[in-house]
Design a binder for this molecule. Sequence first.
Ligand code: VG1
Ligand code: CO
Length: 543
Amino acid sequence: MPLVRDVPTTPFPDQKPGTSGLRRRTTVFQTPHYLENFVQALLDVAALPSDATLIVGGDGRFLNREATATIIRMAAANGIPRVMVGQGGLLSTPAASHLIRLHGSGGIILSASHNPGGPDGDFGIKYNAGNGGPAPESFTNEVAKRAAALTSYRMCDVGEIPLDTIGEHDLAGMTLMVVDPVAAYATLMESLFDFAAIRTLFAGGFRMRFDAMHAITGPYATEILERRLGAAAGTVINGTPLPDFGGGHPDPNLTYAHDLVEELFGASAPDFGAASDGDGDRNMILGQRFFVTPSDSLAILAANATRAPGYSMGIAGVARSMPTSAAVDRVAAAMHLPCFETPTGWKFFGNLLDAGRITLCGEESFGTGSNHVREKDGLWAVLFWLNIVASRKQSVQQIVQEHWATFGRNYYTRHDYEEVPSDAAAGVMQHIRDQQASLAGTTLAGRTIRSADDFTYLDPVDGSSSANQGLRILFDDGSRIIYRLSGTGTAGATLRVYIESYVAGPDGLELDPQHALANLVQAALAVSEIPSRTGRAAPTVIT
Ligand code: VG1
Ligand code: CO
């Protein structure tokens, strides 16, 4: 007889989810009862119906397997009738979102995204609602309250969980369905993009490199790019998910995807390069000796959307997170489309997507997506780009430069100061806040400041508001300096500075962004006093 037990626990007051779920050091998640306490709080607040299916999976990092088994046992103990899990406990974040939308009432995703994994790395867990998207703030606030008050959780001792065996299993009356993590997602991609045209592109000798960074997208990219689209064997590199991501930092940017960048800027560079992050929701797009900023990528996808079969009827509107450059705003204006500005974090796009007010959305942090799921989607963005390249018959560089010539260019850079002492970072933010009232109307970096504020979002669908979403200095000419504290870091504080300036063209479109933005960067440092207040002479990562 399987045993359902109530296990006593002491509450964990630190279990407050950040930008996307609860992320902590792996060692914190290994604290006895820590994971269980949070899962019980999630299940209590989710209060799933009696015919519910819960989707479970993660990015394969250290602890993924054990945590998946624990969640399945707890689901059985809590009377959930059905759990669907990716084989081996694996699911990319966008694939999990898709399965939730197809079959689920909600889902639990195990990932700390682009944060390093392993015993000394990070782990994470988040809940996605029945629409497939990250639970809203109202939900995560309730979970935090519940987690801080729980005195016990429910556990079912069902023995070994058959995570590797595809098919249906009975676990103490609960049905466990183990599914291929890739199949449904690959079918969805085939329905959105012109696979025949992309196949012709590869057959014609188009060379690509996809860096899965030893993380979850390896199996997805191998199946879709190499098997279904006929890209040459070896197109996908680092394609086997490893518990510690090979010791790397699975964050697809110019710093952490260094090997790929070197190859694409090298002598025998392929035509196209791309990478995704730990859980498969981010993307980096590279052409031959050419880097596409994520903000430009969103704008270019919007301008070319009808070239992909899934969007051939046109798009309803677009949205970008506040710190993302306004490049997509220019496309929206030209196409007479609604354009929304949301706080950082994918959960804020959910209502707009559900209400049909937008079709495409994105963030400067290498995240792009659409109404096909309710998460950002790395491989989707890569396939969208391949579709556009195949359709326009131009190189990545030509596509971007033509875009700038048409719409102008939003020069953009983000400077990150990682693992700064929390009080120093808070001091920087307070110092900027203290000056806000006196900044308007003054001149900085040769421009007039129109206003300085703290971004508050008013959700146009449900009327909820979210305050303190980033400090903005807005200039008359459309330039912006933005300061934010990260909600996904796990050690100290990460301070992000976003800088943007628009050039209408056709002159001055080809500058190096760090050069084009140099005086705004200096101004951003002067206003915030980052060097003296944090002791940092330079950012950790420049994008
Ligand atoms: C970062 C990014 C944000 C993104 C979030 C989750 O958050 O800036 O745009 O939505 O990561 O992405 P923060 O609070 O550290 O700036 V992922 O791929 O980590 O789910
Ligand atoms: Co991610």
